[in-house]
Design a protein around this ligand. Structure first.
Ligand code: SF4
Length: 441
């Protein structure tokens, strides 16, 4: 699943790279571009909404300081959402941090959900990540819904457990360049996959899942397919369940992914759900010597890079390290836990699930991060009311306290927005970038 980690981290040196070092540097820059939310927000198609938000925040703070009437609120419809289509799941993954909200009775009313998409798209929403809290392909009208999103001009991505490849095959003709589908596989061997994921049917293997990839690519090679690998280690737990370790299969995952025809493999560290409800990294729970674990990860990923092929060519393949994995290995993760008091990203990217609308993927299902009901933004009146609820959370959700243990992907972007709001600089001077077809936040 998507979760906060960071846009920063060590950049590779700009020049003098050769051979493998150059490949690694290119790969790292590619990974950073995916998580460079500040650059994404400065794209010409995104910036006007961001500028409207910054402008409103400046006026709002000014009015409050001067004890003047507050300015009119903008729509505050997010530019991008994470959408949990269903809470139903046909797996029982040992490392699932959404365990408590799965397989609930709550469901969308389909036509209302479609209206929500229409209302938000009309007001500037640019992309939808179909993800979970639940397996999105189990949504009964999955294909019809993806077609609607594409008709609304949305970029679409799907995070799936991969068990229903026929459903991805059905939507493949409708996806376009810049869209992506990522399969959460987290292993290199069939038996490890089954022990980690407890799939239904029980006999389902990585071989079965990967066999769909060439068929899907044959229908449409223009969107990216990714193999997601959450790295787990001894000591990690979900509630009291000890999770299966997969650290020894990092290279095998890359071999399998490249041979199956995936475009990339992405490695992330295992996150846990803290008592406060947020998703956090807890390196202290790594059993044994942390440096040894980090070295095993480094060795595994270096070996995985042997399978890289120029990703700009057909049949290419890249290895991506998530920003929070790099933070963990560089031991810089605490730098990303210092958030401004106001999380501005909660106005620009939200999570819609059958449990309601939430402010952040790190707080899916958490009551104090809830913006509203599952049918928010269903019509113009509801959009106004939802903007009020978002504004209330901007005032009341203290990210500097609530998120002090979260290594936040959006940390530098939040600080950039905070500075823009407070320094009063000329917004015309902000460099607006060409659209690069990446509006996922
Ligand atoms: S600061 Fe905002 S984006 Fe980051 S974890 Fe907190 S709520 Fe999420």
């Amino acid at each position: 699943m998507n979760g906060p980690a960071s846009t920063q981290g060590s950049s590779p040196a700009g020049g003098g790279e050769t051979g493998a070092a150059q490949d690694a540097a290119v790969s790292q820059r590619r990974a950073e571009a995916i998580h460079d939310f500040t650059a994404k927000l400065r794209q010409s198609g995104m910036w006007p909404k961001v500028r409207e938000y910054v402008d409103w925040q400046r006026k709002l703070r000014g009015a409050r300081r001067a004890k003047q009437p507050e300015p009119e609120r903008p729509d505050l419809v997010p530019l991008s959402i994470n959408l949990d289509l269903t809470t139903a799941c046909n797996y029982a993954c040992d490392h699932c941090i959404d365990w408590d909200i799965l397989n609930a009775k709550v469901k969308y009313e389909h036509e209302t959900l479609c209206n929500q998409m229409r209302e938000m798209a009309a007001r500037g929403m640019r992309s939808v990540i179909l993800i979970g809290g639940g397996e999105p392909t189990l949504y009964p009208k999955f294909k019809e819904f993806v077609i609607l999103l594409k008709e609304l001009g949305q970029q679409v991505s799907v995070v799936t457990n991969g068990s229903r490849g026929h459903k991805i095959l059905e939507i493949a003709p409708y996806l376009t360049k810049g869209d992506w589908v990522r399969l959460s596989l987290d292993s290199g061997r069939n038996d490890t996959f089954q022990r980690m994921h407890n799939p239904t049917p029980k006999t389902l293997t990585l071989d079965d899942i990967c066999a769909w990839v060439p068929k899907i690519k044959a229908v449409n090679p223009h969107f990216q397919m990714g193999y997601s690998f959450i790295i787990t280690w001894k000591g990690g737990t979900r509630d009291d369940v000890k999770i299966v370790e997969n650290i020894g299969e990092i290279e095998l995952g890359a071999k399998r992914a490249s041979e199956a025809g995936f475009d990339y493999i992405s490695y992330k560290p295992f996150l846990e759900r803290a008592e406060t409800g947020s998703e956090v990294m807890d390196p202290d729970k790594i059993e044994g010597h942390m440096a040894d674990v980090m070295q095993r990860i480094r060795t595994g990923i270096d070996a995985a890079r042997r399978y890289e092929k120029n990703p700009d060519q057909p049949g290419g393949f890249s290895v991506r390290e998530s920003t929070n994995l790099r933070m963990l290995m560089e031991n810089s993760w605490r730098d990303y836990t210092n958030q401004p008091q106001v999380c501005h990203m909660q106005a620009l990217r939200q999570v819609l699930s059958p449990h309601g609308m939430f402010n952040c993927p790190a707080y899916r299902g958490v009551s104090y991060a809830r913006i509203g009901e599952m049918d928010v933004n269903r019509d113009a009146e509801s959009v106004r009311a939802t903007a009020g609820m978002t504004a209330a959370l901007l005032d009341n959700f203290d990210a500097s306290d609530n998120c002090k243990d979260v290594t936040c992907l959006y940390n530098s972007t939040n600080w950039w927005l905070e500075k823009l709001i407070e320094d009063g600089s000329d917004l015309d001077a902000v460099e607006v970038l060409p659209d690069r077809r990446d509006t996922f936040l």
